[in-house]
Design a protein around this ligand. Sequence first.
Ligand SMILES: [Zn+2]
Ligand SMILES: [Zn+2]
Length: 336
Amino acid sequence: MMLDAPAPAESRPLALRDVPVPEPGPGEVLLEVRANGICRTDLHVVEGELTEPRLPLIPGHQIIGTVVGAGPGVTGVAAGDRVGVPWLGGTDGACMYCRAGRENLCEHPTFTGYQRDGGYAEYATARADFVLPVPGGYPDLEAAPLLCAGLIGYRALRMTEIAGLEPPEADVPPRLGLYGFGASAHIVIQIARHLGHEVYVCTRGTEGQEFARELGAEWAGSGEDRPPVPLDAAIIFAPSGELVPAALAAVRPGGTVVCAGIHMSPIPEFGYDLLWGERVVRSVANLTRNDGREFLAMAPRIKVHTSVRQFGLEEANEALIELKAGRLRGAAVLVP
Ligand SMILES: [Zn+2]
Ligand SMILES: [Zn+2]
């Protein structure tokens, strides 16, 4: 499914097209795509909010695939291996960020389904040193959303800095707010619950709120509602800037608000009193391979379960429209 030019999802900008099976270059593997999870970032690429796609482009960066070929110089993976391909498709390995172990901030990155073709296809290539091991026990369909929704959610949860800390009072568990309840949040709530956090969810639509309660949310309301207790931290998944002051108003002094999306509408002006009290606002950008290995090892241990809705490859436009409208429960996954 190929994008020639960004356009609103409703205009169905992705076209089903027959193209040659890609050739793996040096250090690359060829994968037969078994499933590809759809991410909100895909929507931002397709609709042009992310402005540097290589065009024409095959989107998709939550690929579960089988290795069926390799270019020269590939080590560590073999034909028949089931691997995952995340958003971070490659780095220069040389800039100050890469050398400092912060390859998520690399100065010369290539992103899957953005600067290189991704998983809305039957075949894809990937740098062999950037593919991730997929935990056994997860069918392809349920493994796919772990690769970005899960990974970025996990990184965002770590950035709240409450994950490993003692609760403020011995008998009060850490309280985490989640703004937006899509693919990522439905995984994060499971990790947070496993860690003993109380989770408060603000999301549009009663169905999403109901889903959050089913997954163990203490409370669920809309974005305008204020959670009934002060939060220790909040993660914003929904791409709307108004949620930043709303989340700041909901966290206690010293609390952190993490913006987990790659794109957000402008943040409205707000009074300094919302930031005062050593509250912190920060973003989470991309992932490191280490995040990937850590999270994918942890997911089966704490029995993360993903709720998925399957779409055929040719239904990619419909899947994006459903995502945009907030009609998905969990994650959408394309299966060629
Ligand atoms: Zn770098
Ligand atoms: Zn993503």
